[in-house]
Design a protein around this ligand. Structure first.
Ligand SMILES: *Cc1c(COP(=O)(O)O)cnc(C)c1O
Length: 395
């Protein structure tokens, strides 16, 4: 019997293997066992101790490997645990190029932890391939990118970066959190390691902190497995189960919230109070063409700029549906204020260079009824508008 083709939407629900064969349970059992009895004195079974391997975690690791078209998947206690563990593939004396608008936790790990182990770094604007190529040093071993990046949705040319990396014997690491395997497959484009904060879209319900990594090359997979087991920052069985459940609906969730995002973006783009909207689905976005080439969707996160802090505050105070919080990629819409949330540690001048002004808000669209979100934005912007007028006539 020929196997029927499975698109990624189908794979989110059914992997290539029928899950639990002994009972037929449609959900992966949660194996709450730290250790495993060995039936034979000299031939051990596939599992011995749950740091090294656990059947629930294994099901998740196999699933993300299949979704990303890799050969091995790894589940970690957080996105940062996945990212840090992957970066521990580097050794003292090595150098890594990192995108300037990298996730804040990655910025901190590279600049404050790796630095202490003599692993050097250069932050580079990866939207400029010439600048990336120029920053390569004889000891550069890896290039680390995010596309789209946070919060201004800058697009990096994945194929272009991979070409530079390969020409210089470097590995390419891609944080694929914003696009997920539904919309972007960096391994297909030649990247070596794909990373996810599975806390976001993959889990989708704001109930678990988790990270995933995927490799395609067997020997690189072996090295990362060694680090996962040595460093030990693994995902527990119960969280692995939650994540497996969340991933089943990723296709439906992300498509719906991406559709709503496009509607909200179109609305904001014509609103007089909104100075700028950052979203890779806007044709005038500088990375639009590259993103269309390397991704199948534009996602459900965008940022928009109001005139000043007072307007942003009035909007946050009056909007009713979204939660005001850090994080993204959940069933509930999440509104955040990068200036005091994700980018609080960055000096104002550095922030503003990256477009993160005091009027910038980031929005992760959830699964609420689209017109409810539009109506909510409309009434909150009306208030913000009135407030801005009063303020600007005073100052
Ligand atoms: C949230 C996030 C991370 C960190 O993941 P945690 O699960 O919070 O450790 C890394 N990269 C991106 C792009 C993120 O949004």
């Amino acid at each position: 019997m020929n196997q029927v083709k499975r698109h990624v939407e189908t794979k989110f629900i059914h992997g290539s293997q029928r899950g639990e064969t002994s009972t037929g349970a449609v959900n992966t059992p949660i194996y709450l066992s730290s250790t495993f009895h060995q039936n034979s004195f000299d031939a051990f079974g596939p599992f011995d101790y749950s740091r090294s391997g656990n059947p629930t975690r294994q099901a998740l690791e196999d699933k993300i490997a299949e979704l990303e078209d890799g050969s091995r998947g790894f589940a970690f206690a957080s996105g940062m645990a996945a990212i840090s563990s992957a970066l521990l593939l580097l050794s003292a004396g090595d150098h890594v190029l990192v995108t300037t608008d990298v996730y804040g936790g990655t910025y901190r790990f590279v600049s404050e932890v790796l630095q202490r182990y003599q692993i050097d770094h250069t932050f580079v604007d990866m939207t400029d391939l010439n600048e990336a190529a120029r920053a390569i040093q004889p000891n550069t071993k890896a290039i680390y990118i995010e596309t789209p990046s946070n919060p201004c949705m800058n697009i990096t040319d994945l194929t272009g970066i991979v070409k530079i990396a390969k020409a210089n014997n470097c590995l390419t690491f891609v944080d694929n959190t914003f696009m997920t395997p539904l919309y972007q497959n960096p391994l297909e484009l030649g990247a070596d390691i794909v990373l996810h904060s599975a806390t976001k879209f993959l889990s989708g319900h704001s109930d678990v902190i988790a990270g995933l990594a995927v490799t395609r090359d067997e020997s690189l997979g072996e090295k990362l497995a060694f680090i996962q087991n040595s460093f030990g920052s693994i995902l527990g069985a119960q969280d692995s189960y939650l994540l497996l459940q969340g991933m089943k609906t990723l296709g439906a969730r992300l498509k719906q919230s991406s559709r709503s995002a496009q509607v909200l973006v179109d609305y904001l783009n014509t609103h007089p109070l909104v100075e700028m909207v950052y979203y890779p689905g806007i044709a005038s976005h500088p990375g639009y063409t590259i993103h269309q080439r390397q991704s199948k969707g534009t996602g459900s996160v965008f940022s928009f700029q109001l005139p000043n802090r007072a307007a942003a505050k009035a909007f946050v105070d009056h909007v009713q549906i979204p939660v005001f919080a850090v994080s993204l990629g959940a069933v509930e819409s999440i509104l955040s204020y990068p200036t005091t949330m994700s980018h609080a540690a960055m000096p104002k001048e550095e922030r503003e260079k990256r477009g993160i002004t005091d009027g910038l808000l980031r929005f992760s669209v959830g699964l609420e009824y689209t017109d409810d979100l539009i109506a909510d934005f409309d009434q909150a912007l009306q208030t913000a508008e009135a407030y801005t007028d009063v303020k600007s006539s005073v100052s």
